[in-house]
Design a protein around this ligand. Structure first.
Ligand code: HEC
Length: 281
């Protein structure tokens, strides 16, 4: 009969390949916006499903007495039942495989490159987008608060390179509203050391000024009116003000970040007054 242990082993492997990250306990974002990893997940799942199928067929046709397949086939009426069961199993897995292939093509159509959405762990921490993907987004501006001009320790040192997803930018230019799921990703970057002048500036061939040095952590805001209603529809995350950035981090209380944005940012908690392309889209 079926080898239950073999079947369950294969099935577990297929399920594991289908999405759960053992290190974070994270199951992935909503179906609609699953990342490009999902394509690999799905092929792994199909592969897993095929293994289960093969194991099931082998188990169904194996003779319990250890005889060959054909002897087992001819020798007993119970084998007919096995064939029926095997057919049922084949049908079920064929359906699973077809479903997986169909889901895979829909994932291709809506990959995270074209519509990146914030991702969270099961306990609600925001996950740092992978592969520095924000650096491929729309660059909206770079306020600069050098340490040397802020008693040696700026609150957000020093360049604030701000990015948002291209799809969100496109929608903003049409509606003048930040859509749900917008991420404002502020990557901090130090000025190029060593400073040559008291104000931290340097003389370079293009002139005296500030030049890009090492990356220095990130602050991030996310628009989600359901999740972050308490802080005016935006969630605030500090991924460190130094490197390396945290792989994930929890949302911060109103009195840590949101109060200041709510108080003086020009548009919907975003300081559009400092980003020309958002202030005059
Ligand atoms: C005292 C006021 C203040 C506090 C507190 C504050 N911010 Fe900001 N934040 C600003 C200002 C001003 C800007 C725009 C100018 C700049 O970056 O220098 C900004 C810009 C940002 C941006 C870029 C997008 C935007 O809204 O312009 C992000 C992301 C951000 N802050 C996240 C955070 C996070 C996360 C915290 C808490 C850890 C925080 N901020 C705390 C004043 C504040």
């Amino acid at each position: 009969m079926f080898d239950a242990a073999v079947l369950s082993q294969h099935f577990k492997a297929a399920a594991a390949a289908s999405g759960r990250d053992a290190s974070t306990g994270y199951y992935g974002p909503s179906r609609r916006f699953r990342s490009r990893d999902r394509r690999t997940d799905l092929s792994a799942f199909s592969e897993g499903a095929c293994k289960v199928l093969v194991a099931a067929v082998e188990a169904a046709f194996a003779d319990p007495q250890g005889g060959s397949l054909s002897q087992g086939w001819k020798s007993s009426m119970t084998n007919k039942k096995m064939i029926t069961i095997a057919t049922a199993v084949i049908t079920v897995f064929a359906i699973i495989t077809i479903a997986a292939v169909m889901l895979r093509s829909s994932a291709n159509a809506q990959s995270d490159e074209s519509h990146y959405m914030p991702q969270y762990t099961s306990s609600g921490e925001m996950i740092l987008p992978k592969n520095n993907i924000w650096r491929t987004w729309v660059f909206v501006g770079a306020p600069l608060t050098p340490n040397a001009l802020n008693n040696g320790a700026a609150s957000f040192p020093e360049y604030h390179n701000v990015y948002m997803q291209p799809w969100a930018y496109e929608e903003y230019t049409k509606t003048h509203e930040f859509p749900e799921g917008t991420i404002m990703f502020k990557e901090l970057q130090l000025t190029l050391p060593p400073p040559q002048f008291k104000d931290g500036s340097r003389q370079e061939p293009s002139g005296r000024g500030y030049f890009g040095g090492p990356f220095n952590g990130a602050d991030v805001t996310v628009k989600d009116s359901k999740r972050f209603a308490a802080t005016g529809n935006w969630g605030y995350f500090d991924f460190n003000h130094f490197e390396p950035k945290l792989p994930m981090t929890k949302v911060l209380a109103r009195d840590k970040c949101a109060f200041c944005h709510i108080g003086s940012a020009k548009k919907d908690e975003v300081w559009t007054q400092f980003y020309r392309i958002l202030d005059q889209p």
